[in-house]
Design a protein around this ligand. Structure first.
Ligand SMILES: [Zn+2]
Length: 137
């Protein structure tokens, strides 16, 4: 089971992921799908963490889907239908978010200047204050 105890750190992880999509994905439809996947992953982690297990050895996230009753092991790849069709799926996003949360050394240090972190540049135009119930600003 997975429990997010440090909401502040998790919020930073989510904000960083949104900023990265904003800056690196050009196509509006693709951007929207990724942002939806991030929102879904954030909500699932918060609400259904009890059905998830993070594996430190291979950085994968095991997700028991209540909807399909399948078990997905998400890392860079996934076994779900969305991934098969080449769409962003929340399982992979959740795996990435949880990895960044669990391994804070992968996050930029608190006093690092924004210009040193490409994906944090110009992130001010992200207007959302919250994703699901997670504060990101
Ligand atoms: Zn998936």
């Amino acid at each position: 089971m997975l429990q997010i105890e440090n909401k502040d750190r998790f919020g930073k992880v989510v904000a960083g992921a949104l900023a990265k999509i904003e800056l690196t994905v050009k196509d509006a439809g693709t951007k929207k799908r990724w942002i939806n996947a991030i929102a879904k992953a954030t909500a699932e982690i918060e609400e259904n963490g009890v059905f998830m297990t993070y594996q430190e050895d291979d950085h994968s996230l095991i997700i028991w889907s209540q909807k399909s009753n399948n078990i997905y092991t998400a890392n860079g790849v996934c076994q779900c239908r969305a991934f098969e069709q080449g769409s962003p799926c929340f399982h992979r996003v959740a795996a990435r978010l949880v990895r960044l949360y669990m391994e804070p050394e992968m996050l930029p240090k608190g006093n690092t200047q924004a210009e040193e972190i490409p994906y944090l540049k110009n992130s001010s135009y992200i207007k959302a204050e919250r994703v699901g119930r997670v504060r990101i600003n």
